[in-house]
Structures are given as C-alpha cells and as structure tokens.
Design a protein. Sequence first.
Length: 321
Amino acid sequence: METPKTVTIIGAGSMGSGFVVQFLRSGLHVTLVDHRDSNLERARDRAQSAAAFLADRELAEIDPAAIETDVTYTTDRAAAVEDVDIVLETISEDLNAKQALFGALADEADSNAVLASNTSGLPIAKIAAGAPEVADRIIGCHWWYPPYLLRPVEVIAGAETSDRTIDRLRSFLETVDRDPVTVDRDVPGFVWNRVQHAVIRECLHIVETGIASAEDVNRAIRDGYATRTAAIGPLETVDIAGLELFQTSANDIYPDLTDRDEANPLYDRRIDQGRTGIEAGAGFFEYDRDPDEITGRRDERVAAIRQALRTLEDDDATGRE
C-alpha cells in the first residue's frame, strides 16, 4: 500500500496554519487554500509563530524559511487539489458548506486522492452525502488543537468509506508522527468531543444550579481531574481505584447528573451580552490580553506537559532496555 506524500489543506484558520507546521516537520511540501488572501497571510504569520515556539522549546526543528519555500499559499482550489494524495478540509463546521465542498472536490481532486474532513463532530456519512460518487474516498480525520502539540487524531469511516482509504489515511498520519485513534462508529462528536461536551455540560449545570462558581469549577477540573488525566486515562483511573468503587459511586451520582439535551442557557445569556469569548474580551471570564497571547500561554502549558511526559516515557524506555 502506498503512503500518501502530498497534501493540500483547505481552510486557513487556526487549525489550517497548525497543519502547515506539523506537515513541514515531516518534510512534506504543503499547499494551503483559502478563499481570502488576508486569511492566507494571517495563516503564514501564525505558522511562523508556531514554528518559532516549537524551536524555542526544543520540541521540533523547523527552518523558518520553510514556511515560505515549502508551502504554497493560494486561492485557486481547483489547481491546488489537482494532483495531490491527501486533501484535508478544515472549513467552517457547517454541514451544507462541507457537502458543497466535497461535491466540488469530486470533480476537482485527483481521482486517487483521499478526501478527509477535520470535522469535530458531523457524521461522515452525512458529509459524504454531498458527493456520493466519491463516498468511498471520504473519511473523517479529526485533529485536536493545536495539531503540532497533541498526538491523537481520530479516524472515522463513513458507511461507504473503503478499507483502502482508511489504511492510506492511517499510514499518512503515522508518517507525520501522529497517533491514529480508530472510531468504530460514525456518531456525532466521535470520541473526543462526546467526552469533552459531557464534561462541559455537567460543569455548566454545576454553575447554573449554584453548586460551585465558574472559577472554582474551572480550577477543580484544570488543576485536579485534567492534571491526573494527563498521566492516566479515565478507564485506567477506574482500574486503579477499583471497578466496584466506581460502580457504587456511579449508582449514587448518576441520578443527580444533568441529562439536558440542548445547550445550557448560560451560553445564550453571555452571547446576548456580547461575551462570546477571548476575541470579545469576555466569555465565562474576563480577558485583558490579546487573544494570541492567551492561546500562546495555553500552548506553553500544553508543551510543558508534553515535555514532562516525554521525559518520563524516555526514562521508562531506558528502564526496559
């Protein structure tokens, strides 16, 4: 089986620029497509910053010049996908937009190309319905942000996705130093976002019902649960604590957990107030720093965790030799 070696990214947002950096780390020539030149310029700047960030922390060596010399930035989508092995879209999370895009790619892309979607939760079968004639080559490829720091990538087959497409995508991800996570059922949210939204749903319920403040809930999860989960996964946690203990706790706690099937009204209240997130200077919390500075600080924390874990993994490997 041949491993894909050329890639075109469609969508020059934060994820698109992150893909540029990760693929350059693996020595690939990359093409980045967007419908606006201004988006491409911003993506170039973000890629430069991310490359410098990785180099400063000795996480990767990327020649800054490669952001210019080994990346093609273009608004000509048809030309960009004409002769590549992988097309990876990361446009807006809108089903109609994605169906329209894949419908166009059915005509524009190479007849052998893997057509991958970085959707964070739309079922792949629904996306492929926009291009049924190439549904065997359409596949979910959900990366976690930032893609140059987090290793897992969800691989999701739609009802018509071929085994060859799955194998080629997995091979490509391994080539670019990422860890494919197979999602066996094409369900909304896949794995990562189903768990993430379950946690956030309960966090908002706790705040809404006055059990604890937003600040304390955020701190409890970030500095407690999430810190431990960086070391061991949730099912390992159950094994260590003992299944009987967790079963008993589940029977006690589950009846009192929220089962809300719509977004918490706390979202609407803040959105109506213009508190839409860091770009607006406020969401659940207040922000007085530039958004890039805020996300940069997040990346520093994630990088520190990755470096610490890598040191432990190296020590474990040495101990096994």
